[in-house]
Design a binder for this molecule. Sequence first.
Ligand code: ADP
Ligand code: ZN
Length: 441
Amino acid sequence: MIEKYCGGGMLYWNPAVERLSAEELKQLQGKKLRQTVDFAYNHSPFYRKLYDQAGIKPDDIKSIEDVTKLPFVKKQDLRDNYPFGMFAVPLSHIVRLHASSGTTGKPTVTGYTFGDLDLWTESLARGMYAAGVRKEDVVQNAYGYGLFTGGLGFHYAAERLGATVVPASSGNTQRQIELMMDLGSTVICCTPSYMVYLAEYAAKMGIDIEKDTKLRIGFFGAEPWSEETRKRIEDKTGLDAINVYGTSEISGPVVCECSEKTGIHFWSDIFLIEVIDPDTGEQLSEGEKGELVVTVLGKEGLPMIRWRTGDITSIIEEKCNCGRYHPRIERIMGRADDMFIVRGVNVFPSQVEYALMQVNEVSEHYQIILERDEAGLDDMRIQVEIKPEFHNKMDVNQLTKKVADTLKSYLNVTPKVEIMEPESLPRFEGKAKRVIDRRKV
Ligand code: ADP
Ligand code: ZN
């Protein structure tokens, strides 16, 4: 386990803000929210129109409670204004463009001023520091470099910490393992599904990540993953597996867990977060699950004020054991539109993963196939690989039943289960594609 750095004054990356009390943070947020709304209203025709239509003037925003007066911004707004229609500054002030992965449709374009890049880097660097990264670390960055925000986001954050960056980008798995060994990487950044694959690949090369490499911390995100998968990755690799979150609209990967690993800290001087009921738009209380809404304080190129992320989680306001009051969010269950309904029961792919990982004999490689039966009802078929050490050594029917029973007990539906041979399902270098939808709409 990594040392617990948190708690000691000089061991914060940015003690001036990291050590503020809950009350001080709220005051600061109120001030920054007002400035952010004022900037958007006066520079972005999109926001001016949005607020004029809602009858809101920047002066109406006096504290963070007033945030509920502001209308939400949604993915559709970005699509309607593709590519630059929501920018608040001319292109001559934009120094970089990125695009979302396009998981739910046409990718959206995001633009950054120098100030925006600085804010993004500060946020992630602070998070990485809180998770235990120091300038002595060698950070192997296996997120894709390019339009996807993962690569450059981690690159600049790790550099800012003074760590040594290995800009490996995603893919070329054998080379990743060689780099890790030769350069003595201590930190790895990639999707959780790629980490599972890296560990599998290393084992085939006769390399035990825990014993044969210096890796100690991994930053895993960009897709939903379960607590059970964290446990499996940590057991297999000896890493501290840290959950990282972000979307291109709120810059990219921006926030992560501290070394306590009890939720993702959203820095209050940079973000104002809410969780809402996705149907009514009403704010929910601490601990209640709903859609995460993020306001980025001080973002200039593409202001994001009450951005509906579509991601389902809840807020933890309580002071963290690391000593920080900056609020945390629970692990993301998935997007609201990832949810599917099987026989009247709501199911998130992440719940399927959680349940599957309870069964010791199956590996982390699975996929969910959605089909429609003759009666027009939705059906779910789950394919999961047996672990190599159990292959041909146990009764597959028995294992099928065990998996189906476990899924039933967690999900309240009985899916069809197919136990697959080792290495028969796809592997992923970036975001995994777990759900195959064969329903005819
Ligand atoms: P796209 O929305 O096209 O996939 P992004 O690359 O911006 O584009 O991806 C952001 C999305 O990735 C988030 O909205 C969320 O659904 C998912 N995501 C990112 N990090 C995590 C995480 N740690 N846990 C669960 N989901 C995550
Ligand atoms: Zn903490």
